[in-house]
Design a protein around this ligand. Structure first.
Ligand SMILES: Cc1ncc(COP(=O)(O)O)c(C=O)c1O
Length: 377
């Protein structure tokens, strides 16, 4: 009798992402060279942008990153469990209930407001710990932080707060990858103005930082003490940045070909019958769907690679399967399809998949669901 307790992990995955850690390391190396003498902080939030936080963090540290960042404190647990000791900055504002976790895991906290900072410092004192903290300044992202003209007074107040060790000051750009550079420059001027103002009063935070990937590549003046690179580590050059730095996508997304059949003219394909075969059509059914992160919005324009050649997706994307037209393909379509990545002239770039899905590469990567097995090469 079949063993009903067998773990599903013992069966081969139907869809998987191959992450090339060598590429991640090389991308980091290239970015660290651009950033120097500024240090590079590797952003590995959201499970390393879907690539796997622990392997991504290790590869980035091997490639020259000196610190890591996550969005939420619990994202640091697997990093510390894996024995990674590099500093980890948490972007989300720390709450007093989390002080324990910050202390235990030696995380660096973000502070964004007076009450938050005071509560955090109180909790830290009660627990007998001292938390490294970075003050966030909102120079125009409109999301988190002090406005620049509040920041000096706040910094002075915080300096007197026992329980916190002020280590950094940072801001985040809203438009560093947009064609129009004026707003990013305005944010930069606001931040630079604040840093100068602090300096004139004898305040020099040890780590002042502003740049994300786009600003790192496009705004040399904004590199400061540290840059926080995310998307570029994974091999995607942000739009409107100079192409000088070679980056290669680290992730290849694949799935299995379930069946190949010939359908007669007039036969509908997928929900809604939005595709109807107009000739005898060879149709391959692939084991990937929107529950894996292959979005419905990619219908009618996406392509996949079979045997190194591009074939069109036909009909709607279903939860677990999609269909592609392989009529034009000579020979056997093979047992594997490449959904993103691949080698040769027909390789599918993350930006293309993102355009088909009406989104950005960040969301394609972080949208890969838990059903997509990660494999490391
Ligand atoms: C505060 C902060 N810094 C840096 C980054 C990294 O941005 P990117 O992936 O564009 O390099 C992010 C990502 O969203 C962020 O939220």
């Amino acid at each position: 009798m079949a063993d009903a307790t067998a773990s599903p992990r013992t069966y081969p995955a139907r869809t998987w992402a191959e992450v090339d850690l060598g590429r991640l390391r090389e991308n980091t190396r290239a970015l660290a060279r651009v950033a120097a003498p500024a240090r590079l902080m590797a952003v590995v939030k959201a499970d390393g942008y879907g690539h796997g936080a622990v392997p991504a963090a290790r590869a980035a540290l091997e490639g020259g990153a000196s610190a890591l960042a996550v969005a939420r404190p619990d994202e640091a647990i697997p990093l510390r469990d894996a024995g990674i000791e590099a500093p980890v900055l948490v972007f989300a504002p720390a709450s007093p209930e989390e002080v324990d976790l910050y202390g235990r895991l030696h995380l660096t906290a973000t502070v964004v407001g007076r009450d938050q900072a005071a509560a955090l410092a109180r909790a830290a004192r009660e627990q007998g710990v001292r938390l490294a903290a970075h003050v966030k300044v909102d120079t125009g992202m409109g999301r988190l932080g002090f406005l620049p003209d509040e920041a000096l007074a706040f910094w002075e107040e915080l300096r007197g707060l026992e329980g916190l060790e002020l280590e950094g000051l940072y801001t985040h750009f809203a438009t560093a990858d947009e064609p129009e550079a004026a707003y990013a420059r305005l944010q930069w001027q606001r931040f630079r103005g604040l840093v100068d103002h602090l300096e004139a009063r004898g305040v020099r935070p040890p780590l002042v930082h502003a740049a994300n990937s786009a600003a790192l590549l496009r705004m040399p003046e904004a590199r400061l003490d540290l840059v926080r690179a995310g998307i570029a580590l994974y091999g995607v050059r942000p739009p409107n940045t100079p192409p000088r730095t070679h980056l290669a996508p680290a992730l290849t997304w694949k799935c299995r070909v379930s069946t190949v059949r010939t359908l007669p003219p007039g036969w509908g394909v997928s929900y809604g019958k939005e595709f109807v075969a107009w000739r005898p059509s060879r149709v391959a059914t692939l084991a990937v769907g929107y529950a894996d992160g292959y979005r419905r919005s990619s219908a009618h324009r996406a392509q996949v690679l079979l045997q190194g050649r591009r074939v069109p997706l036909i009909g709607r994307v279903t939860m677990d399967q999609v269909m592609v037209d392989v009529t034009e393909l000579d020979g056997d379509p093979g047992s594997e399809a490449v959904l993103l990545g691949g080698t040769g002239p027909h390789a599918i770039e993350p930006e293309e998949v993102a355009a088909w899905m009406e989104t950005i590469p960040y969301e394609v990567f972080t949208g890969l669901s838990a059903r997509v097995e990660r494999r490391y090469v």
